[in-house]
Design a protein around this ligand. Structure first.
Ligand SMILES: NC(=O)C1=CN([C@@H]2O[C@H](COP(=O)(O)OP(=O)(O)OC[C@H]3O[C@@H](n4cnc5c(N)ncnc54)[C@H](O)[C@@H]3O)[C@@H](O)[C@H]2O)C=CC1
Ligand SMILES: CC(=O)C(=O)O
Ligand SMILES: [Mg+2]
Length: 370
């Protein structure tokens, strides 16, 4: 198969779909890889590193989109990229279609078979291609909160860990999955007073074991959520219902009750956000203020640390990408976990939760290679 890697074009997105080490794995299995010039610049991997790994270099993205049997990216295709995808081609990348009907229409019109990293599953009920970036974003969310809380940045002027004799900041983490765990770990590590809210009792039990009393856990009723949000200096939004639009858990009506200069970090913004007042921002202009509360809603947080993120992402995507390259659509027929990643096929939405969120009919992907 010819595997194509265009340079990412989303605002301040410095990750790359395949690292040189991943390219070498594809080439070792007899695939050809075509990489757009400069695609690896953000991780310090120049064209020469890709050539050494066995790739050919394309001078323009158009060449990659025209020739590739499978396009491997990081972020959802931007409008200029939808137009270049075509029938018979596989797209393997993050999509986050539920809150993005325009992209869904663009991909359906292109005829591409689009496999979304974020809905690929594993036998343990996890999301193995979302997890590494959730680890990164969870950890980054506390760096973002700490920065926003500084007075010159418009925040309350509180240090997350406090100092001896002065109370630390309070951090509420809504959703105790991968993002929530890593956010809580960083916040607790810096000395903050942390509460994690979740609706899964088994997960709250696990978190209680992991943190051994260092972090509080609370079942997320409306009451508990309101209490924690109002008391918090920083709130991290980290809920997920796979494929679906995020539930709006912090309402506009709660904001006036919050502390002035508190910060909301909506990591779930890529699924539409879990705060009613969230709208997506970019690394170029990451925050805005509503009702005296700072909002940080960057949808590609890991793009800010591309060295860490690109390697972590490639480690997770590699076996699935190799299966797609080796077997084509038959890999989707064989592996139900990879098939769970299928979002668009033959102009139809092939993921039930995505179809429900978009209000379109669902085309069952079973028997896809037939
Ligand atoms: N902004 C960014 O750059 C990035 C965003 N993300 C996003 O972060 C979000 C969280 O991802 P993960 O932690 O990997 O998901 P996860 O599936 O590991 O965890 C989600 C947690 O939310 C809980 N939950 C669901 N509904 C809830 C509710 N109503 N109240 C309380 N808890 C609830 C679940 O029980 C689960 O423990 C996703 O939307 C993901 O796409 C992930 C990486 C980067
Ligand atoms: C998960 C995701 O959307 C990201 O890493 O940008
Ligand atoms: Mg995202």
């Amino acid at each position: 198969m010819l595997v194509g890697v265009p340079k990412e074009i989303k605002n301040n997105e410095f990750r790359v779909g395949l690292t040189p080490a991943a390219v070498r794995e594809y080439v070792a299995r007899g695939h050809r890889v075509l990489v757009e010039t400069g695609a690896g610049d953000g991780i310090g991997a120049g064209d020469e590193a890709y050539v050494a790994a066995g790739a050919a270099i394309a001078s323009q993205a158009a060449e990659v989109f025209a020739l590739a049997d499978m396009v491997v990216k990081v972020k959802e295709p931007q409008p200029s990229e939808w137009a270049q995808l075509h029938e018979g081609q596989i797209l393997f990348t993050y999509l986050h279609l539920a809150p993005d009907p325009d992209q869904a229409r663009g991909l359906m019109a292109s005829g591409v078979t689009a496999v979304a990293y974020e809905t690929v599953t594993d036998a343990q009920g996890g999301l193995p291609l979302l997890a590494p970036m959730s680890e990164v974003a969870g950890r980054l969310s506390i760096q973002a909160a700490a920065t926003a809380l500084q007075k010159p940045n418009g925040g309350r002027g509180i240090l997350l860990g406090g100092v001896p004799g002065v109370a630390p900041a309070r951090v509420a983490v809504i959703g105790g999955g991968v993002v929530g765990l890593h956010a809580a770990r960083m916040a607790a590590g810096l000395g903050a007073e942390v509460t994690i809210l979740d609706r899964s009792i088994p997960r709250l039990r696990e978190l209680d074991e992991i943190f051994a009393g260092r972090v509080r856990t609370r079942y997320s009723t409306i009451d508990a959520l309101e209490e924690e949000v109002i008391a918090a200096d920083a709130v991290i939004g980290a809920v997920l219902i796979p494929g679906a639009t995020a539930p709006k858990l912090v309402t506009r009506a709660m904001l006036p009750k919050m502390k002035r200069g508190a910060v909301l970090v909506d990591v779930a913004i890529d699924q539409g956000g879990c705060f009613e007042t969230s709208h997506a921002t970019t690394h170029a202009d990451p925050t805005y203020v509503e009702d005296g509360v700072i909002h940080y809603c960057v949808a590609n947080m890991p793009g800010a640390v591309p060295l860490t993120s690109s390697h972590a992402l490639n480690h997770a995507t590699l076996p699935f990408g190799l299966a797609l390259a080796g077997e084509g659509l038959a890999a989707l027929a064989r592996d139900p976990h990879l098939r769970a990643g299928l979002n668009i096929h033959r102009g139809r939405v092939a993921h039930r939760a995505v179809a429900e969120a978009l209000g379109v009919s669902f085309a069952d992907p079973v028997g896809i290679a037939a």
